[in-house]
Ligand binder design. Sequence first.
Ligand code: DP6
Length: 388
Amino acid sequence: MAKSVTCSAPVNIAVIKYWGKRDEELVLPVNSSLSATLHQNELRATTTVSRCESFDKDRMWLNGREQSIDNPRLQACLREIRKIAENGRANEHIHICSVNNFPTAAGLASSAAGYACLVFSLAKLFEIEGDTSTLARQGSGSACRSMYGGFVRWNKGSSLDGSDSCAVQIVSHNHWPELEVLILVVNDQAKGTSSTVGMRRSVETSELLKHRAEAIVPPRLAKLEKAIQEKDFNTFGLLTMQESNQFHAVCLDTYPPIVYMSEISRQIVNIVTCYNDYHKTIKAAYTFDAGPNAVVYVQSGDIPEFLALVKHFFPPSDSTDSFIRGRSTSTGDTPQIEELLRRMASQLRVPGALRYIIHTAVGPGPQVLDPENSLLGPSGLPKTQFLL
Ligand code: DP6
């Protein structure tokens, strides 16, 4: 009889970026990082893991297709879990089936949610207690931060075996309920340099990366944590944007340079900057990862106005598709943005520049789901609706 567990896990977006490994094998970073876990209502990975003596090998299905189990990162997670699990179960093979509820084409980091979900599920399957973020880290560095909800710090740690390079929660998702998140999914998802390859090149060639890891990140992290504790949006927003800018500066300081932001990304930066200038305080804060999409933090009261502005400059090209997805935004009143638009008269309007906007918030960590959510049937193979 197979034993199965099904769990879901969230995506996280770094405010202080992880960029560079000091140990590639163990996935140990050159600096500590800090992220917000996003709500699973909008973005999540769901994984079923099953173990049974009658399975003749380990197998894995991802988004409806069987994948090779030989991926070294996946193997590292399985090996480490098996090491900790009781010896008697070592002879059982594992079946893994995982789906994301958001399109991979959206260019949103899916590996963090995927590996967090895998490790969290396996830990439940083998009844492993305690922190397993050090295991998720070996799947994908940023995955360790998806093991908790709210705001999460990944300590770089100092031990050679990586045992202290783990994630810790700073505050839970209930701490700052006014903080909301808009993901502006840009329409041209050109295939860029992967994070793994990009950060390796930065470690090898960027002087700025070294300086940043040693001198800039530690005090910035402390300031940011204080801002989060105090719900000080002004400081939080400023540090978030400066940090994003510096990450992309490191990418440009890399040789050959890496460019993740597009022309539309730069226009989003301009819009946010003009918006904040107009209000003479920080009301919106952008951050960009290894791609052109923007993640913008906005407090709930300012969401309608900011969304009206974004929709003005980047109206959808196709009115049939739902342009704003996720949390409901209808407040009744249409925000008055005429004066704001007058001040931004030189900003270009680009219909169709955004594929869509995901409206979400900071959310909780991984969850164990009821057995009826299982992606695997009783035979240990994916249910037909989870196969392509
Ligand atoms: C820009 O965690 O995807 O999103 O450890 O090589 O799998 P690997 O890299 P990954 O890198 C994430 C980079 C980032 C910043 C961040 O999430 O901190």
